[in-house]
Design a protein around this ligand. Structure first.
Ligand code: URA
Length: 267
């Protein structure tokens, strides 16, 4: 049967889907997510999982009230969270950030929330979006090797040797584009509450987006290797491992930053 949809209309629809991030086929038949039952929120923490919560089904999330200020709403929601599981649930139900519509999963954290070191990355990429965990693609594997070299590991149950990992954004931006300033601003209250609740001794800011969010400025080449303060805690900006994969000679500077973190932990 000949298609009734005009060629240019079909092309516009396709472009719209790609913009939302629906850029690959993963199953033979479409799945209607609006009819799917609530599934557990992936709060993937093999070490010390914040009590797991139920993800609201897409249809259960009320659309944002017209005229509401997303940043103010995020502050209210983040303040309501008394623990990490509640924070995950508040974020998961936050309707103001459109990135949620294009992402396959909500990516909250990985590692041990009791860790002395908390890494704040940028946003999930393709692998992270598939697995529901931060830093599990190639960049994440490099990140694991880097921190292993100073005796820190996301799978460790011992807080002294552990890592806790999150991102500025819990949803993958379409085609891994940089998040907009508005998206960063509306998710920031959640990241700040996340830091409050995890209470790490040291924060690692991975790349420009996390510096933008938590320091209010970019310029990782100049910032890296210099101790900063985030919410009254020492914070070390570092080159993002994805950048190090493209620029291996810069690993020397990353190694210096890792040693600086190690010496801060040794007091
Ligand atoms: N890059 C990030 O900043 N975070 C991830 O989770 C994956 C890649």
């Amino acid at each position: 049967m000949e298609s009734q949809i005009p060629y240019h209309t079909a092309l516009d629809w396709l472009a719209w889907q790609v913009e939302l991030g629906a850029d690959e086929a993963i199953a033979e038949a479409p799945v209607n997510r609006f009819e799917a039952a609530a599934v557990p929120v992936p709060v993937p923490n093999p070490v010390a999982t914040p009590a797991s919560t139920s993800a609201p089904a897409a249809s259960a999330i009320a659309p944002p009230a017209e005229g509401a200020d997303p940043v103010a709403e995020a502050r209210k929601a983040a303040t309501r969270a008394g623990d990490l599981a509640q924070l995950a649930a508040e974020m998961e139900g936050f309707a103001h950030c459109d990135l949620r519509h294009g992402a396959r999963t909500f990516v909250f954290c990985d590692g041990n929330p009791a860790a002395r070191v908390m890494i704040v990355g940028e946003a999930p990429g393709r692998e992270e979006d598939m697995q529901g965990k931060p830093f599990v693609g190639r960049a994440g594997q490099l990140l694991d090797r880097m921190f292993d070299a100073i005796g820190l590991n996301r799978a460790s149950p011992d807080a002294k040797e552990a890592l806790y990992i999150t991102n500025i954004l819990p949803w993958r931006p379409p085609q891994n584009r940089d998040p907009s300033p508005a998206e960063i601003a509306m998710m920031l209250p959640f990241v700040q509450r996340h830091i409050d609740l995890a209470a790490p001794e040291v924060i690692v800011l991975m790349g420009n987006i996390s510096c933008q969010g938590l320091l209010g400025r970019r310029g990782i080449t100049r910032l890296r290797g210099t101790w900063q303060e985030v919410m009254a805690r020492p914070a070390m900006p570092m080159f993002h491992p994805a950048f190090l994969l493209r620029q291996p000679p810069r690993k020397r500077e990353a190694w210096a930053d890792l040693l600086s973190i190690q010496s801060k932990l040794r007091g």
